[in-house]
Design a protein around this ligand. Structure first.
Ligand SMILES: *Cc1c(COP(=O)(O)O)cnc(C)c1O
Length: 389
């Protein structure tokens, strides 16, 4: 299957038909599997014979989703988890131990920050957060205990890019792995494993499902590393439900088409926003005004579907834009076919002290739009209402 095009793999990889020869992938809602006899049961449990045992670690629908996502990421293996956070937690629990150290790019997802700073630290796993774009800071953060670099690119909501190739080189020189949270670009726009990363982590809840229905996550990478994560999942249990895996499996079929359409609309929206009066700055990697436009051209197929912008007039002006919308959904979620708008300073980043938030560039006038599949003219008209005057 490896030589097939991305579009072909998206609809064909991972198909394993049952005795009924169904055309669309079957959904196996079963928690356990039956053995022919006692000897087979023993062989399945010991791993001597391949096959399904119990849905905490094997289910054909989950296997299909894992196989398809691995094919799209160009990974040797993939394991699905109950959520994106479960994917990050399982990776760290499987590969690290107390005393180890992680270098994390600043601007990672809020719960990811909490996980490293508030939870993993309790178990002796220390982390250092570095500015996403400062390569010298990554180098300076390395200690003899550094085992993992964890980055997210582009960042949310300011769309800062991390240079995957450069950070991979720094990580490998330090004898550490590089894990990339590829939630925002997905393999349709960016394949970190081809740029030197060791692991790709997903919140499948976002673009992989793409229609805001289920939670899920995944870890993709070399078989040896993914198998360690599988062992953790088998014992600890944050595995994906077969139903959620089936939804994501079918979501992958339209991933490239959705990402391309949503990115094209995001670019059109970003250009339009730059031309509107009262807008101080537009953050979008596909705009030549983005400070890392060249890196974005090299590293991503397009700018992605997230656009942030800052309106003059602080919180009052920003909330006015939000409240004047009639169509765009006021919600912090992203990666849906429906466009969403959020005011980070008072929602996703509301628990951060005001001074630290300002210092991080999340100002009161900042808004983030996750562009969906509606006509871009309708999204513009919906935003224009609150920008007027
Ligand atoms: C949403 C998100 C996560 C967490 O995923 P869940 O599926 O909600 O657990 C991790 N990273 C990024 C970049 C996200 O947007």
């Amino acid at each position: 299957m490896e030589s097939l095009d991305f579009d072909t793999l998206a609809v064909r990889a991972g198909i394993a038909r049952s005795q009924f020869n169904e055309h669309s992938e079957a959904l196996y809602l079963t928690s356990s599997f039956v053995f022919d006899n006692a000897a087979q049961a023993a062989a399945r449990f010991s791993g001597e014979e391949e096959g399904n045992v119990y849905a905490r670690f094997t289910n054909p629908t989950v296997t299909a989703m894992q196989t398809r996502l691995a094919a799209l990421e160009g990974a040797e293996a993939c394991v699905a988890t109950s959520s994106g956070m479960a994917a990050i937690l399982s990776t760290v629990m499987a590969l690290l131990q107390g005393g180890d150290h992680v270098v994390v790019s600043r601007g990672v997802f809020g719960a990811t920050q909490q996980l490293f700073l508030g939870i993993l630290s309790k178990f002796g796993i220390e982390s250092t957060f570095v500015p996403a774009t400062d390569l010298a800071a990554y180098r300076a953060a390395v200690t003899p205990k550094t085992r993992l670099f964890f980055i997210e690119t582009p960042s949310n909501p300011l769309t800062e890019l991390v240079d995957v190739e450069a950070v991979a080189a720094i990580a490998h020189e330090a004898g550490a792995w590089l894990a990339v949270d590829n939630c925002f670009c997905t393999p349709a726009l960016q394949k970190p494993l081809t740029q030197g990363a060791d692991l790709v982590i997903h919140s499948a809840t976002k673009y992989l499902d793409g229609q805001g229905r289920v939670l899920g996550g995944a870890v993709c990478g070399p078989k040896a590393l993914v198998e360690e994560v599988v062992k953790f999942l088998r014992t600890a249990g944050p595995c994906i439900s077969p139903f959620n895996a089936w939804i994501i499996l079918k979501g992958l079929e339209t991933l490239r088409i959705r990402m391309e359409a949503q990115s094209a609309s995001a670019l059109a929206l970003a250009r339009w926003l730059e031309a509107q009066p009262g807008i101080q700055r537009v953050y979008y990697p596909g705009l030549p005004s983005h400070p890392q436009f060249d890196l974005a051209q090299r590293q991503q197929k397009s700018g992605g579907a997230i656009v942030s912008f800052e309106v003059a007039g602080g919180r009052e002006a920003a909330w006015k834009v939000v409240d004047a919308t009639r169509m765009v959904s006021i919600t912090a979620n992203l990666g849906d076919t429906k466009t969403t708008i959020t005011h980070p300073a008072s929602t996703t980043h509301g628990r951060i002290a005001a001074e630290a938030r300002e210092a991080a560039g999340i100002r009161e006038g900042l808004l983030r739009v996750a562009v969906g599949l509606e006509a871009v003219e309708d999204i513009q008209a919906d935003l224009a209402r609150g920008l007027a005057g």
